[in-house]
Write a protein that binds this ligand. Structure first.
Ligand SMILES: Cc1cc2nc3c(=O)[nH]c(=O)nc-3n(C[C@H](O)[C@H](O)[C@H](O)COP(=O)(O)OP(=O)(O)OC[C@H]3O[C@@H](n4cnc5c(N)ncnc54)[C@H](O)[C@@H]3O)c2cc1C
Length: 240
């Protein structure tokens, strides 16, 4: 059974300078390429400017910098939610081309903490794993092999099946993703992923991400109504 791994593969080099130059050009007659090369502007000046811009809601310059993460040891239930975020790029391990011989799966913490529940969960998964292998063998005996067999046998695999995915998001989308998925209302596994990604982003680009997190932290109120975790007072989102 897998443990969630979140590894930063790459992020835009000199992101602060790129965002700063793009942003600055909006408000000056200068060319972004000249601003980008200007050594007289200190790193601190750039950070201060970017923080102000982010706080003002002028977010489009943040789209020029991106992060690529490799994620392992997560469930298909998680990736199904993750790929709903459309302003991003994904590459996920295929269940057609990669046969899950040992049938790896994710165990939700609630089953981990109770011996009876854990045994029952494991036994359900063993049963599904056995059915999956049996179906593949039966298809193979009929001459249906490889990805052609896998693509149909996988229909019985559960949402808990383990998977790997590579995700690339720009900084604007990452902030939106953290707003939604660091929220206590988000499902525990994607919340854990969001938290791990956020930690990496804050370390790399504090001027953009130090204030990122669940939406209530920016709004200073919770728009989740009866589902609120109680951290902030409940209020309707403005403009709704
Ligand atoms: C707690 C929680 C519970 C959820 N429950 C459900 C559920 O029960 N059922 C369900 O189906 N989904 C559910 N979702 C998923 C949710 O509805 C969104 O699909 C998902 O969170 C992606 O968010 P998004 O669409 O804002 O963002 P993204 O796809 O990441 O897009 C970012 C932003 O770009 C803009 N945008 C992107 N595409 C368009 C477009 N086509 N038109 C206009 N604007 C666009 C929007 O402003 C959007 O907010 C849930 C999400 C959360 C956090």
């Amino acid at each position: 059974m897998g443990k969630m791994k979140v590894v930063l593969l790459e992020s835009t080099g000199d992101a602060v300078n790129i965002i700063y130059s793009a942003c600055r050009q909006c408000y000056s007659s200068c060319f972004a390429a000249d601003i980008f090369k200007d050594k007289k502007i200190s790193a601190r000046q750039k950070s201060v400017f970017i923080k102000k811009i982010v706080a003002s809601g002028h977010e489009s310059p943040l789209e020029h910098a991106k992060f690529t993460f490799a994620v392992d040891g997560v469930s298909r239930a998680l990736t199904h939610q993750l790929v709903r975020h459309r302003i991003a790029s994904y590459s996920q391990q295929s269940q057609r081309y990669v046969k899950d011989e040992n049938f790896n799966y994710i165990m939700p913490p609630v089953f981990e903490t109770d011996a009876v529940l854990k045994k029952e969960y494991q036994s359900c998964m063993r049963m599904i794993g056995g059915c999956y292998s049996r179906l593949i063998r039966m298809l193979e005996r009929k001459g249906i092999k490889g990805e052609t067999a896998n693509q149909d046998a996988r229909f019985i695999l559960p949402q808990g099946a383990e998977t790997k995915i590579v995700v690339t998001m720009n900084c604007r989308e990452l902030i939106h993703f953290f707003n939604q998925r660091c929220c206590a209302r988000a499902q525990w596994e994607i919340r854990r992923l969001a938290r791990d990604m956020l930690k990496i982003c804050v370390k790399k680009l504090p001027e953009i991400f130090s204030g990122a997190g669940p939406k209530c932290e920016t709004l200073k109120y919770c728009p989740e109504g009866e589902f609120s975790c109680g951290r902030y007072p409940v209020r309707e989102k403005r403009g709704r």
